[in-house]
Design a protein around this ligand. Structure first.
Ligand code: ZN
Length: 310
């Protein structure tokens, strides 16, 4: 056999942010932390633990500082927090954040809906954040609506690339994520845009893909990004989620669906599927949780069939 190292991917569990923010009833902070700890126990080593945003806009994440502190207490867990403006980045850093994920939308209309700014103004905020980061702080640049906007439909590739033209050099060590905010993209579009972007921006050290599963293509789109060379993927346990700013969008691709897919391909994720599925079943019990994915349900059915057959 070949001596080459096994292929591996890094899965970023975004359920505690993208997932929790879509749940209306407040999830008690202790329960959020218990879920984060269970995900960690299943092998998750990178997580979007919360977001520093206006507590008025997203009361669910008003406990960001406390949740972040608990996540950062887990040894070896890289806990990133999402921030949409420089002011919220400051709050996150004051709370001790060591890894920021800045988000802006390629679509002007979507960006104005989120932060009442044009994308170019948000790009200036990003530059300010880069300038204020303490040495050693991790940074991710999330381009929301990189493929498709809930209001405007398909986003032209040229528009996404033009925004990156102005931002890629601001922080070359930052990881850049192209986000399918609506879940309406298809594998050809994903593979095409990543291939073009990777050629055009060789200075970007790492790329990531953020999939939603609205049309059931989250795993297929993730595989398309993998084929383009992407090795970092966002996913949400139990497919929990939706987006308060993207009407009709459902949750992210389910983490357990990606782990099942990559396990089958012989690609290491570091995550134990059966432990993760147990967490997913627990998350699906959250009041008013909107869940998705297939593997959680399939594994439960398989267990049931095995019992009957035995
Ligand atoms: Zn999302």
């Amino acid at each position: 056999m070949m001596g080459a190292a096994k292929d591996r991917v890094e899965i970023v569990e975004v359920g505690p942010r993208d997932g929790f923010q879509s749940v209306a009833p407040f999830i008690p902070t202790a329960r959020k932390i218990a879920i984060i700890e269970a995900l960690y126990a299943a092998g998750i080593r990178r997580m979007e633990a919360t977001s520093f945003v206006s507590p008025k806009a997203l009361p669910q994440l008003a406990d960001a500082a406390e949740v972040l502190a608990a996540a950062q207490a887990l040894p070896g867990l890289e806990a990133q927090v999402l921030v949409p403006t420089a002011r919220h980045a400051e709050r996150a850093l004051e709370a001790g954040a060591r890894h920021l994920a800045f988000v802006l939308s390629v679509s002007e209309r979507h960006n104005r809906g989120n932060v009442r700014r044009a994308p170019a103004e948000s790009a200036e905020e990003y530059a300010r954040i880069v300038a204020m980061l303490p040495e050693g702080t991790g940074l991710r640049l999330n381009l929301a609506t990189a493929f498709d906007c809930p209001h405007l439909g398909r986003i032209d590739e040229a528009e996404t690339l033009a925004l990156l033209d102005g931002m890629a050099d601001m922080a070359p060590r930052a990881e850049v994520a192209l986000c399918d905010t609506t879940g309406r993209v298809n594998p050809a579009h994903v593979q095409g845009l990543f291939t073009t972007a990777m050629e055009r921006f060789p200075q970007v050290a790492r790329w990531a893909f953020h999939a939603h599963d609205t049309y059931g293509l989250g795993a297929a789109n993730t595989l398309a990004a993998w084929n383009a060379g992407v090795r970092v993927f966002d996913a949400s346990v139990a497919g929990l989620g939706g987006c308060p700013f993207a009407p009709g969008a459902t949750g992210n691709v389910a983490t357990e669906d990606l782990v099942y897919m990559f396990d089958g391909m012989g690609v290491a994720t570091g995550i134990d599927l059966s432990s993760l599925a147990a967490v997913a079943r627990e998350v699906a019990e959250l009041p008013e949780a909107q869940t998705g994915g297939r593997v959680r349900v399939a594994l439960a059915a398989r267990a049931c069939i095995a019992d009957i057959a035995a």
